[in-house]
Design a protein around this ligand. Structure first.
Ligand code: GTP
Length: 914
């Protein structure tokens, strides 16, 4: 599978693998592969181009948008650094432990040695000009890695606190490399990220790293892949331990039937290649195992792919005679067709510079190009489907039918004639997803985008469908880690950066369209690419400026932080005036603190990190009316409204809404319904900005709605009894035009103030009536332990921590972290490790070689629901219960009402200091 070594005659000499030599050889001779792997012709392919800024769409098939996913510390950054080095991108290998890597370029990341931001880096493999180069016809009999490809690599973070960041990186990938730690095997978080990748149907290959470490067990890890990730591992390489159980010196390649021995202590560019025959002389046990691996590989592929069966018969049913190209093609088909459940597995030790070039070849050979990846999901006008279907007109047709179908039990709403949505779709020039916003100290705010259709051109007007505003794209860049090249356009399938956008945030969809209108034609305004739910924040901390004069700057910096990371929330406590920053985990907030204070230089300090509790009503309030009548900033403002606050029932929001409803939306766990009887707003009309004759001049429906919503949200940020934000409530605001609007005195700020006062009054009414209760975040926790510690961990969770055990050894998706509600296909059945080929590990007893781990060390998975409070500092405790082997991941399940004694105990603790 190694392009360069595969393509050269196996010889016992040391070869240089790297950027200097790329010859184009002849394809392998089919008939006698096991005796003669490849022949080399002297014909050379040159991959030169003159322009690096030209992004040709016709070279899209030579582009790979991939990510590296793994458990924390599995070696993502170390592997990425080697990739950059071998591709000629860097001159020396960066070291995570020294803090000199290219990808972890934030000071906070360098200091902690962990990856926080997913940086996008472009490089070429094999070294050359990548997809920008002149189109060269390559022999289809050669692997794709014979020609230089452009690889856009997204480095995803590994810590559970950054799940949201992992998700938003995942959704723009066409393929992924999953790195496993060869000592730790498949860990809880690997499973979590694996399932998230399954949600987006991302084709994957696996790389088992750290095989140089004591205790590394490639075979055991392969078996865990089958049992824990529920896929068939296609072992493409096996580790080469000197003399069978000595030092890790390289890999034996089951595709090309050769051994790759690296020079110890070297930078990994010198590799000795040995044919199977040579291995038989020099390392007979390894040669024997390599034959086993080849047989198992061909057998596995034959179960899933008919084409290789034919090839196998042509080779007289000789597993060793099947050509390496046939195997590569078969593996590629299986990787792209995820129903095969086949995942190729590779081996290496990135830190020792072993195994990374063959891995890069596999990225090019096996992972899909953008056009080969699954149709990206979009939502438009309440309908979801694939972007390609939308562009072909199929999806929107469904929407038109759905919109005109009568709603059960309701009279049909009056609608204006809808223009054919296909006309609107035909006006779409480009559609891109902003997947990352980074504040670069030199270049300003960089918005990383993945373009999905058309071509995003410099100076084009981009409509942001999340924020409903347009902004121009003054400059476009292609990023090489922290270096940039200016470009004129970013075509579909590519990743680039827009500089100079003032509003776009991570996760926003950006459109360019034909025509000079300020907004695109309906229903394009609602088009969203791969929408993703932001989980509710469960920790918070206060942020205080050092002085009053610093306050403005602090808020600007916070706003930037929120553009970068929308899973952070900022709110102001109305009464104390304190600024509160909330996030998904303790580490999440600590990193935010680092970013704010150390990187963005805000002169502010942060308080302690605390759990973010909530408050909810135990019944409905009375209807409360408030008329706001006051001078604001020298101008009279008068407006009124009524409010009712009640707990959410199980009615759907669409059932709550009627013809008088201007808005029915769930924001941060609370539903807001805004009604204006008789306003005669044509809601189903596509012109929401339409002024109503009942509205004072200058006041539009959209601004009335926004003002009322903001007012209600401000009031709901503070519960009447415990001052925690309200949760699980529905607030219905009603504006009666005749009673609550007062001509030109009714300004948006007066409306907002009236809504806030009415909601606050309804909350107080709730307190004097049915009362309120505290709610706490309850986590969905998945714990991985050995059989031996199962009992003590289960006991600890259920008795000392007040948790409920949901299941043992069953995959339960982490609700808040799973991107959609679509069932996870592969969460179903683990594959019996006995049916899977895995080479024996050094020191492994032959009797258990192919067996499941022994009873005491059998991995067990506990799924439980536990209050977050009881999970603070849990890792340390788990480690002590499991002799250091247990791991866990968690995500918010929901907020639950607290019992009176628990509420009392928590309040006493909070008052006494957390
Ligand atoms: N012995 C050995 N150590 C390795 C290998 N690869 C990585 N390491 C070490 O493992 C540690 C973690 O490596 P990283 O590359 O930072 O891992 P990561 O997956 O990027 O971690 P996060 O960025 O925190 O998610 C570092 O100390 C590396 O030096 C390897 O092949 N062998």
């Amino acid at each position: 599978m190694v392009a360069t070594p595969l393509l050269r005659p196996p010889s016992a000499g040391w070869r240089s693998l790297g950027s200097t030599l790329h010859t184009r050889p002849a394809g392998p001779a089919k008939s006698s592969l096991h005796t003669k792997i490849a022949q080399v012709t002297s014909g050379k392919c040159r991959y030169f181009s003159t322009s690096v800024s030209k992004w040709q769409t016709d070279t899209l098939d030579r582009t790979r948008n991939i990510g590296i996913i793994a458990h924390i510390d599995a070696g993502k950054t170390t592997t990425t650094e080697r990739m950059l080095f071998y591709s000629g991108f860097t001159r020396r290998i960066g070291d995570v432990d020294e803090g000199s890597t290219v990808t972890d370029f934030l000071p906070a990341e360098r200091a902690r040695g962990i990856t926080i931001q997913s940086a996008a880096i472009t490089f070429h493999w094999p070294p050359g000009e990548g997809a920008e180069g002149r189109q060269i016809d390559c022999d289809p009999k050669l692997p794709k890695s014979a020609v230089s490809h452009t690889i856009n690599l997204i480095d995803t973070p590994g810590h559970a606190d950054f799940t949201f960041e992992v998700l938003r990186s995942l959704r723009i990938l066409d393929g992924a490399v999953c790195i496993l730690d060869g000592v730790a095997g498949v860990e809880a978080q690997t499973e979590q990220v694996w399932h998230q990748a399954s949600t987006y149907q991302i084709p994957r290959i696996i790389y088992v790293n750290k095989l140089d470490r004591d205790g590394a067990a490639f075979g055991r890890t392969v078996r865990e892949v089958s049992s824990r990730l529920a896929v068939y591992p296609a072992v493409c390489q096996i580790p080469w331990f000197e003399g069978g159980n000595g030092a890790f010196v390289g890999v034996a390649d089951a595709i090309n039937l050769q051994g790759l021995r690296y020079k110890l202590g070297d930078d990994g560019r010198s590799v000795k290649m040995l044919s199977l025959e040579q291995l038989e002389v020099e390392e007979p046990p390894l040669a024997r195992e390599l034959r086993n691996a080849r047989v198992a590989l061909v057998e596995l592929l034959s179960e899933k792919d008919d084409a290789i069966v034919e090839e196998f018969f042509e080779c007289d049913e000789n597993h060793l005679a099947v050509s390496s190209m046939a195997i590569i093609s078969s593996l590629r088909r299986c990787v792209l067709d995820q129903s095969s459940q086949v995942i190729p597995v590779f081996a290496g030790a990135s830190f020792r510079n072993m195994g990374v070039q063959p891995l890069l070849d596999s990225v090019v050979n096996l992972l899909p190009s953008p056009p080969e990846s699954p149709d990206p999901e979009v939502s438009i006008g309440g309908v979801t489907g694939g972007l390609r279907r939308l562009l072909s007109g199929d999806l929107i047709l469904e929407q038109t039918e759905k919109a005109s179908a009568p709603v059960k039990g309701k009279k049909k709403k009056k609608t204006t004639a809808l223009a054919d949505p296909r006309d609107a779709i035909s006006k779409l020039q480009s559609c891109a997803l902003a997947f990352k916003v980074v504040n670069d100290p030199k270049r300003g705010v960089l918005v990383y985008v993945r373009v999905y259709s058309g071509s995003l051109d410099r100076h084009s007007l981009l409509f942001n469908t999340n924020l409903h505003l347009s902004e121009r794209a003054p400059r476009l860049l292609k990023m090489y880690a922290n270096q940039a090249v200016e470009v004129d356009s970013i075509p579909a399938g590519h990743i680039g950066v827009v500089v100079g956008l003032k509003h776009a945030r991570t996760g926003d969809t950006l459109l360019s369209y034909a025509g000079n209108k300020p907004t695109p034609p309906e229903p394009l305004t609602s088009l969203q690419l791969r929408p993703i739910d932001v989980p509710p924040p469960v920790f918070f901390t206060s942020v205080e400026p050092h002085s009053l004069s610093e306050e403005k700057r602090m808020h600007e910096t916070l706003a930037l932080l929120l553009r970068e990371d929308p899973s952070l929330h900022v709110s102001i406590d109305e009464e104390s005036g304190q600024t509160l920053l909330s996030g998904m985990g303790e580490l999440h907030l600590e990193i935010a603190r680092d970013r704010l204070i150390n990187d963005l230089k805000a002169k502010a300090s942060m308080g302690q990190i605390e759990i973010s509790y909530r408050e909810t009503g135990l019944g409905a309030s009375n209807v409360v009316t408030k008329i706001f009548d006051k001078e604001v900033a020298g101008r009279r403002g008068k407006a009124g409204c009524t409010a009712v606050v009640e707990p959410i029932d199980d009615r759907d929001l669409s059932e709550v809404a009627d013809e008088d409803t201007l808005l029915a939306e769930t924001v941060e766990g609370n539903q807001i319904v805004i009604r204006a009887p008789g306003l005669q707003v044509e809601r189903s009309s596509r012109n929401d900005e339409e002024a109503s004759p009942l509205l004072p001049p200058g006041l539009e429906v959209s601004s009335l709605r926004a003002a009322l919503q903001n007012g209600a949200l401000a009031a709901l940020a503070r519960g009447p009894q415990f001052t925690f934000p309200m949760h699980n409530t529905r607030t219905t605001l009603t504006v009666n035009p005749e009673e609550h609007l007062f001509g030109s005195d009714t300004t948006t700020s007066a409306l907002s103030a009236a809504a806030r006062q009415a909601t606050s009054a309804a909350l107080r009414d709730l307190l004097s009536g049915p009362g309120t209760v505290m709610m706490e975040p309850v986590m969905n926790v998945i714990i991985s332990v050995d059989e031996a510690s199962l009992g003590s961990v289960v006991h600890d969770i259920s008795s000392s921590r007040g948790g409920h055990i949901i299941s043992l050894d069953e995959e339960v998706p982490l609700s808040a972290t799973d991107a959609s509600n679509t069932p996870i296909e592969d969460a179903a059945r683990p594959i019996d490790p006995k049916r899977v080929y895995a080479p024996p590990d050094p020191f492994e007893s032959p009797s258990i070689g192919n067996d499941v781990p022994t009873a005491v060390s059998r991995p067990r998975t506990i799924t439980a629901k536990v209050p977050l409070k009881e999970m603070v500092g849990y890792l340390k405790h788990l480690r002590s219960l499991t002799a250091g082997r247990g791991t866990f991941v968690m995500s918010v399940d929901r907020f639950e009402n607290m019992s009176t004694p628990r509420q009392k105990a928590v309040l006493a603790e909070l008052r006494g200091g957390f």
